[in-house]
Every structure is written in C-alpha cells, then in structure tokens.
Design a protein around this ligand. Structure first.
Ligand code: SF4
Ligand code: SF4
Length: 173
C-alpha cells in the first residue's frame, strides 16, 4: 500500500462529508422558474412594423432557417405632381427553430430594429413541424423582450431619441 493512500483517502472522505452538508445547486425546474440573465437567447421576437423585408437577416443566417415573402406596393405621391414611391409589404416572416442555432446574427444585422431576443424558452413541441414560428407567433414574443438597460451616467443621448423629441415645424411633437 502506498504511503499516500491514507492521507488521500482522508482527503476524499473530507470532501464527500463537506458536500453532504452543502446547499444543493440542483435547479427545481419546472416547479421553480430559473433566474435567467437579462440577455439570454431564448427565442427571437419580431416587431413586424419595423421590418422592411430587406432580406438581410435571411441572407446572413448560416442555417437558412428564416423564410421571408413580400410584395411591392405603390405609395401615392405625398403632394400633387410628386412621384409615386414603392414600398415592400411583408407577407410572410418565419423562423424554423428546429434548424436555428441561436447564433444571433439575424438580430445583430437587422438595420431596422425588427428582431430582438426574448429569454422565453418554454416552447418545446412534440411535433418538430410546430417549431416553425410564423410572424404572428414571432410577434407574440415581443411582450417578453426585456427593456434595454439604463445608460451609463453621463452617456450621450442616442441620436434616435433626440430626433424623436425634436419639435416639428407646427410646434407639435
Ligand atoms: S439566430 Fe442564427 S441560426 Fe437562428 S435564425 Fe438567427 S441567424 Fe439564423
Ligand atoms: S433584416 Fe430586419 S428589416 Fe430586414 S428582413 Fe430581416 S427583420 Fe426585416
């Protein structure tokens, strides 16, 4: 028997005894909801009114799991003699969560703040086809998106906030 056997055994027993009386780390989910970090990647929420159907997210998605359909609509000129414009109207926006790898690229690249992470993760399905979330369902996740964190003291105001608060010519906001 090695001379290190007894001290080693005692050390092991001491570690076991310590764990016997330690508070367990086991999470009692689903009886107790987990405390998730604010920036958890649970599900992607779509703010449909912000989406311009630019397709950037679908093109950058490494899994090709974003499906977008849209059509063009003519917008009449704002004033007489002006030129009519065209705008995209979103017909379909869907994310297939059976393929999504939660990389967050789509949220990062969206130039119009239409995609946000929600920490909600309880959307497991028994049928894999139900993991295809259409825009109506993606829109429902918006309610779970946490508010952005407060700015650091002394930080400059975001240009968007300044622009939104600027009085219009008629003196109204
Ligand atoms: S998180 Fe990544 S994989 Fe999932 S939809 Fe967005 S870009 Fe695609
Ligand atoms: S990048 Fe943003 S605005 Fe463009 S299609 Fe995707 S969600 Fe819509």
């Amino acid at each position: 028997m090695s001379k290190d056997f007894v001290p080693g055994l005692a050390k092991g027993m001491a570690a076991t005894a310590k764990q016997l009386f330690a508070t367990p780390h086991t999470a009692e989910y689903p009886d107790v909801a987990p405390e998730l970090p604010a920036r958890s990647r649970g599900v992607i929420a779509l703010v449909e009114s912000n989406c311009t159907s630019c397709m950037l997210c679908a093109r950058e998605c490494p899994d090709w799991c974003i499906h977008i359909d849209s059509h063009k609509e003519e917008v009449p000129p704002a004033s007489e003699g002006g030129r009519a414009r065209q705008r995209n109207v979103l017909d379909r926006f869907a994310i297939d969560y059976s393929l999504c790898m939660y990389c967050g690229i789509c949220v990062e690249v969206c130039p119009f703040d239409a995609l946000f992470w929600s920490p909600q993760f309880e959307y497991a399905e028994t049928d894999i086809r139900d993991l295809l979330h259409e825009k109506e369902r993606l829109g429902q996740w918006v309610a779970d998106v946490p508010a952005p964190p407060e700015l650091d003291p002394g930080a400059a105001e975001a240009p968007e906030v300044g622009a939104a608060n600027k009085p219009t010519r008629g003196g109204r906001r």
